[in-house]
Design a binder for this molecule. Structure first.
Ligand code: IPM
Ligand code: MG
Length: 406
C-alpha cells in the first residue's frame, strides 16, 4: 500500500537524523490498526507536515479535499499533523524532531506543505528549516522525484510564453533527489593555504544511483508518450559522463522508449523555445531543481504544480513544488491547488488509489472551468478568490461530480 517503485536496485542504509524530542507529542502510532473497523472501508495513516509560511493554509485545504474524495471511494484517513522546518525550530529548536520523522516514517504517505521563511534565513546551516526537507528525503530514501508540468487549457493565458508555444505542454520531470551535489562529500567552507576562504561542494553519483533513477524514468516514459530526454553536462562534468554512460546502457532494456540526451544549458533554452518537444525528462538533483522551476512557469504558476517523491519501499513524500511564500503567508492569498494536486499524486502513486485521485484532478479542472482563480493565476473575466474559497469550490466540485454521476 505504501509507495513502491519497481526497481531491482537496493538503497544504502542511512542514519536517521538525530533531533530533540517534542515535549508533548500527541502520538498515536498504531491508530490505524487500533481503530474500530468500518466495514468495507480501507484505512490509511497520513502524516501531515504543514511546515511554514503558506504551508498550513494549503495543507488545511488539501486535507479536506483528500478526506472528501477518499470517503467517496471508501477510504478512511487518520491524519497525524506534525511540525517541521521553521515551525519545529520555534517549538523545539530542531528542523526535524524525532517524533515528526517517526510519524512520517510510520505513515502510509506524507503530505508536506512548505518550508522556510525570512525569520530563519540567518540561522546556522544545520538549523535552517530546509534541513528538514533534506533529512526527510534522505532518511525516507525517496530518491525519485516526479514533477509533472502540464499546461491546462484553462490556464494557457497565465503562461508567460505565447499561446502557440505553451498550449498542449505536458511533461514529467524525473529528478534524482537524494544524491548529487546536494549531498556529496567533501563539502564545506574553509580557509585555504593562502588564508582565503573557499566554499566547495561535490557532485557525486554512484552507478547504482544513476541506474535506479534512470529505471524510474524509463518506466515513467513508457507509460506516457515513450520519449525520454536525459539532461546532463557531460561536456564538462565527470559525474555527468558517468550519468550519460549508465543511462545509455540501460536503454537497450527499454526498446519501446526513445532516449535522447541534452546538455542542461541547451535544455534550459529548449524548455522556453519549444517545450512541447519534451515528454519525460530525467536529470540529477540540482539540474532537476532548476529546470522544474523553469518548467513550472510555462504552466502559468508554480502555485499549480505538485510533486511526488518515492523510494523502493516505505511512504512517499508528496508536496507542492512552490516554497513557503512568506510574503503572502496568513493572508488567505495562496493558491492551494498545487497541494491539492499533490494529494491526488499521494492517492495515485502513494496509495494506488487512482479513482480517488481522479476525483480530485477532475474537481480541480471543474473549479478552474467555473472561472475561480487565486491571484497568481488570475486573468480578467475570472473570479478572484482566496485560498479558503478556492478550497471550498474544489470541495463543491468533488461533491457535484458525485451528484452528476449518480
Ligand atoms: C525544491 C526546493 C528545495 C530544493 C529547497 C527548498 C531546499 O527548491 O524542492 O525544489 O532545492 O530541493
Ligand atoms: Mg526548487
Amino acid at each position: 500500500m505504501a509507495a513502491a517503485l519497481q526497481t531491482n536496485t537496493r538503497l544504502n542504509p542511512i542514519n536517521v537524523v538525530p533531533g530533540r524530542s517534542l515535549t508533548n507529542p500527541s502520538r498515536a502510532p498504531c491508530r490505524v490498526r487500533c481503530a474500530a473497523a468500518s466495514p468495507g472501508k480501507k484505512r490509511f495513516n497520513i502524516a501531515l507536515l504543514p511546515g511554514d509560511g503558506i504551508g498550513p493554509e494549503v495543507i488545511s485545504v488539501a486535507k479536506n479535499v483528500l478526506q472528501q474524495a477518499g470517503s467517496l471511494e471508501g477510504l478512511e484517513f487518520n491524519f497525524q499533523e506534525m511540525p517541521v522546518g521553521g515551525a519545529a525550530l520555534d517549538l523545539v529548536g530542531v528542523p526535524l524532531p524525532e517524533e515528526s520523522f517517526a510519524a512520517a516514517k510510520q505513515s502510509d504517505a506524507i503530505l508536506l506543505g512548505a518550508i522556510g521563511g525570512y525569520k530563519w534565513d540567518n540561522n546556522e546551516k544545520h538549523l535552517r528549516p530546509e534541513m528538514a526537507l533534506f533529512y526527510l528525503r534522505r532518511d525516507l530514501k525517496v530518491f525519485a522525484n516526479l514533477r509533472p508540468a502540464t499546461v491546462l487549457p484553462q490556464l494557457v493565458d497565465a503562461s508567460t510564453l505565447k499561446r502557440e508555444v505553451a498550449e498542449g505542454v505536458d511533461m514529467m520531470i524525473v529528478r534524482e533527489l537524494t544524491g548529487g551535489i546536494y549531498f556529496g562529500e567533501p563539502r564545506g567552507i574553509k580557509t585555504n593555504e593562502n588564508g582565503e576562504e573557499v566554499g566547495f561542494n561535490t557532485e557525486f553519483y554512484a552507478a547504482h544511483e544513476i541506474d535506479r533513477i534512470a529505471r524510474v524514468a524509463f518506466e515513467t516514459a513508457r507509460k506516457r508518450r515513450g520519449k525520454l530526454c536525459s539532461v546532463d553536462k557531460a561536456n564538462v562534468l565527470d559525474a555527468s559522463i558517468l550519468w550519460r554512460r549508465r543511462v545509455t546502457a540501460l536503454a537497450s532494456e527499454y526498446p519501446d522508449v526513445e532516449l535522447t540526451h541534452m546538455y542542461v544549458d541547451n535544455a534550459a533554452m529548449q524548455l522556453i523555445r519549444d517545450p512541447k518537444q519534451f515528454d519525460t525528462i530525467v536529470t540529477n538533483n540540482i539540474f532537476g531543481d532548476i529546470l522544474s522551476d523553469e518548467a513550472s512557469m510555462i504552466t502559468g504558476s508554480i502555485g499549480m504544480l505538485p510533486s511526488a517523491s518515492l523510494g523502493v519501499s516505505g511512504p512517499g513524500l508528496f508536496e507542492p513544488i512552490h516554497g513557503s511564500a512568506p510574503d503572502i503567508a496568513g493572508q488567505d492569498k495562496a493558491n492551494p491547488l498545487a497541494t491539492v494536486l499533490s494529494a491526488a499524486m499521494l492517492l495515485k502513486y502513494g496509495l494506488g488509489e487512482e479513482k480517488a485521485a481522479k476525483r480530485i484532478e477532475d474537481a480541480v479542472l471543474d473549479t478552474l472551468n467555473k472561472g475561480f482563480r487565486t491571484g497568481d493565476i488570475y486573468s480578467p473575466g475570472n473570479k478572484l478568490v482566496g485560498c479558503k474559497e478556492m478550497g471550498e469550490e474544489v470541495l463543491k466540485s468533488v461533491d457535484s461530480k458525485v451528484t452528476a454521476t449518480v
